[in-house]
Design a protein around this ligand. Sequence first.
Ligand SMILES: [Zn+2]
Length: 471
Amino acid sequence: VAIKLGSVYGIPILIDYSWFLIFALIVYTVGFGLMPSQYPKLPELEYLSIGLLAAILLFGSVLLHELAHSIVAKRNGLKIGSITLFLFGGVSQMEEEPPDPKLELQMAAAGPLTSIAIAVITGVLWIISVDSNAPVLVQAPLNYSLLVNEIVAAFNLIPAFPLDGGRILHSILWYFNKDNLKSTRIASKVGQGFALLLVFGGVFILAAGDFFDGLWIILIGWFIWSGARSELSQMVVHRELSELKASNVMTSNLDSVAPEMSLSDLVSEFMQHRHNGYPVMSNGELVGCVTIDDVRKVRKEELSFVKVSQVMTPRERLITINESDSAEKALALMNANRIGRIFVLNDKGKISGIITRSDITKTIQMKEAFSGGTGAGSSGGAYSETQIPVEKGMLFEIEPKIGIGPDWQASFNSNEFMLVSEKIVELSDGRQTKQFTFQALQKGRFTILLSQGRPEPGKKAQSIAYSVIVN
Ligand SMILES: [Zn+2]
């Protein structure tokens, strides 16, 4: 939850509510904790004023640091979302990744360089103010700004994702090995190493009796640890999706509804097929899309009098994508428009499929499985696995994208899973595959093995193992 403060350079500046708490905390700790020991015996009002000035300076410093990142990005033609100032400082939302290592280095370095510049400027001003015997109200905030900008610069230069130092390290690796993904893996590992060091260091300090500093360092270590992990998984997804076309991930055998169908009939469709939305088709042409949310806007007693065409999102307002566009673009469009499905059109402008978020996650799971697996030997017997996270009690589908025949069977432990249904479905490229729907019965990490019932003569039966983590 954040409120908009204004915009600079066309970049919206948001401020998280947690900042008001931080602001008050800084006013208090600087004004009434730090200052009385440094400048004793001042009136209370003066301590309060110094505290307020310090909080404003910190706020301004963090803002300038984040603006520096964004302005460099924007000048180089990258799209910038917004800047949000929150608990630990700021976060600039980049809508696009930097396309080359040089730009990434410039963008990442701009923030810490700005902090260092502010530290130098306020440091010089502080020395002048001390020499000229300026009032404490001038000296103290300048001194605080010097200190705080040094800390912001040093903290952000730790070579760990998602901190600036991690991005700087990544850009240097990327420049030399020309491999964005590999560089991300290395930089993530380095970041996790630093995070572990910080956590152990924090525990050590805590054990030595300095409770607050120890806890603080452990928290920072944990923050870096989780940041490094999420950065890596985002990169992997980004990279894999950019290599796939929309037609590779879409579902092409579409269930659709007619525009003249009543909403009460539509509701029973929803219940029966567990879909959240349907394309609306008339004479083989896409005319719109209807979702559960559209139906919820209509009063219950009116459902049988209202037609699908009256509540649907019409064709001209639907977000569509071409078959030849990348799967990454599909996901980006879904995210940008906050929608769960996107229609895929062929080069004649006719609908050829639909992509949902689960199509994308399934594809990534399969890509992970088949690029990281041990692969198929000449004797057949392909054995790969992927990790599927599910919740206990939840229904989930396993649908190999390699295309498997009706003879394939699932093997699993009956007290771990229940096989709810199995059906033959068509992949986007026209091949058939078999879809298995399971229910997870207990928590734990289990395996489901799919294997071929009738292998080709002289070949071993193929199988695919799935590691399912039930939470
Ligand atoms: Zn930064």
